[in-house]
Design a protein around this ligand. Sequence first.
Ligand code: ADP
Ligand code: MG
Length: 263
Amino acid sequence: MKNQPLLQIKNLNLGYGHKKVLRDLSLELYPGEILGIVGSSGGGKSTLLKAITGLLPANATISGDQLLWRGHDLLADGSKRGSLLGQEISMIFQDPAASLYPGQTIGAQICTMQRARGHKNAAVVFQAALQVLAKLDFTSPQSVLDSYPCQLSGGMNQRVCIALALLLQPALLLADEPTSGLDVLTQQTILKQLALLTQDFGTALLIVSHNICALAQIADKIAVLEAGKIIESGPAATLLAAPQQAYTQKLLQSRPRFRKEFL
Ligand SMILES: Nc1ncnc2c1ncn2[C@@H]1O[C@H](COP(=O)(O)OP(=O)(O)O)[C@@H](O)[C@H]1O
Ligand SMILES: [Mg+2]
């Protein structure tokens, strides 16, 4: 029997003032699944993630049939929302430096985060952190714990953010363009590690990006968001092999290519 969806959105509409941003948006995400949402800048990707977390600006108006978390409608009863973020849902952002506190070592930040969740034994907390950091291919996880964010590269800080997010053992990880600020090789490595680690933790991943090829490396399913509307979705391989919509074809054609003479 197939599991119940973790997240199910039915006909979600969202606007900022008079500006419509998300239009009749529906999607489903099952436990452990990776869903990639691709679309151009300004298409509503970050807004969709904010709608799921409930962290919307005051000028946002939201309406829709349902936004179900484990079958529980968050639009009808928002009281569950607050406890979801940080408990069942974690998030990583494009700019890791903005998510990390510059004045504390990574180890101290992990300790603070876990203490807030009732994990008081620092030795146990550090042991779990070292294990996750090792899975993210850090050769010296202990030195990462002892470092300040400014002592690590952008790619290392993003891997630290992934570790922090997964240490919360969320059922769902939301990722907003997590590799867009990184060079192409680091992007590929981090995406693969993200996919492997979420699989390891049994965490579902909802990742948004403007880069359809980056998403296709790891996603089970891809949905194409054009001006706030999902115009096409399906298994990643099928969608890439035979895109039906002109917008999807354009996204695929606009991917970077290298001509031999430039290499
Ligand atoms: N707080 C806000 N108030 C008004 N408009 C906003 C606000 N946040 C985002 N927008 C607009 O909503 C649209 C979608 O933005 P966003 O969700 O950030 O897109 P994406 O993440 O795909 O680039 C854009 O046109 C953006 O300018
Ligand atoms: Mg965005």
